[in-house]
Ligand binder design. Structure first.
Ligand code: FES
Length: 100
């Protein structure tokens, strides 16, 4: 089974992918420091950039399309509380990229 590779400023953590789980849920199972607040796709504190494996995720939710700019979506930015794992065949690599 493939993994979610989580890149933060401090470390890279590998977490087994689970179909149907949000990225944030998987991140929290390993206690990786990761900002979040609303869990509804409005605060964007959980924003990340998918560096590889975008096809393994469900398409952006309506909340992501409302909160993220088209340019961000095109560049692979997602909201970890909204992005759901679809496929567990290939690694998905994400980087924590909160707004500054
Ligand atoms: S926690 Fe608010 S958008 Fe994800």
């Amino acid at each position: 089974m493939a993994n979610l590779q989580v890149v933060t400023a401090q470390e890279t953590v590998s977490i087994p992918l689970k179909s149907g789980a949000t990225l944030l849920h998987l991140i929290q199972t390993e206690s990786v420091p990761w900002g979040f607040n609303c869990l509804r796709g409005t605060c964007a504190r959980c924003r990340c950039q998918v560096l590889s494996g975008q096809d393994g995720l469900q398409p952006p939710t309506e909340a992501e399309e409302l909160r993220l700019r088209k340019k961000e979506l095109a560049e692979g930015f997602r909201l970890a509380c909204q992005a759901i794992v679809k496929d567990v065949e290939e690694d998905i690599i994400i980087q924590y990229t909160p707004y500054r």
